[in-house]
Design a protein around this ligand. Structure first.
Ligand code: ADP
Length: 190
């Protein structure tokens, strides 16, 4: 199995690039943000628990997130590998993922860090909000999400750097050019 973590701040282009990676490399996409939004729109028990947390731009507690992710991986036993998008977002999530994959005889092969500066992020999300209707794309909630990123999520990078798994890609430019750089990084790690 080949497992890729796509990593970057909100608005870095993780979702857009994930779609292209899936099409080329035939991996299964797990986006924890999409999964939470699906639960919320279906009004499931989990959806009810996390609705306000997402609307506020806060992180969902690790235990809820990890359980949901592990279930999704377990329910897809026959895939070539996964692309994890929006997960892990904390060091305990990264540790849980390593342990879990190890129990399946697998591991994280590559962490792709999409680098984008804060000004670009704010511009992109303001654009996205016009079409996404996402409550958490609102300016004040975005500040909270960026805060969560810089206080909790950035620490995931040194965790993976210590394992020599991080490759950086510049996330600013044309979507296809960024994807070319991503493809090169993936090809090197295969
Ligand atoms: P972004 O555009 O910020 O990358 P996502 O769609 O990945 O947004 O996530 C949206 C929201 O879902 C987050 O702000 C958070 O509330 C919740 N969420 C998603 N993934 C996680 C995670 N791994 N841990 C905790 N909360 C998460």
């Amino acid at each position: 199995m080949y497992n890729l973590v796509i990593f970057g701040p909100p608005g870095a282009g993780k979702g857009t690039q994930s779609e292209k990676i899936i099409a080329k490399y035939n991996l299964a996409h797990i986006s924890t943000g999409d999964m939470f939004r699906m639960h919320i729109s279906n009004d499931t028990e989990l959806g009810k628990r996390v609705k306000q947390i997402l609307a506020d731009g806060m992180l969902v507690p690790d235990s809820i997130t990890i359980d949901m992710l592990e279930e999704e991986v377990t329910n897809n036993p026959d895939v070539k590998g996964f692309i994890f998008d929006g997960f892990p977002r904390t060091v305990p999530q990264a540790e849980a993922l390593d342990k879990f994959l190890e129990s399946k005889g697998s591991k994280v092969n590559l962490v792709l860090q999409l680098e984008v500066n804060q000004d670009i992020i704010k511009e992109r999300i303001a654009e996205r909000q016009k079409v996404s209707g996402r409550a958490d794309d609102d300016a004040s909630k975005l500040i909270k999400r960026i805060d969560e990123y810089f206080s909790k999520t950035v620490h995931v990078l040194p965790y993976y750097q210590a394992q020599n798994k991080v490759d950086k890609v510049n996330g600013i430019g044309k979507i296809d050019d960024i994807f070319d750089d991503i493809s090169k990084a993936i090809d090197k790690s295969l």
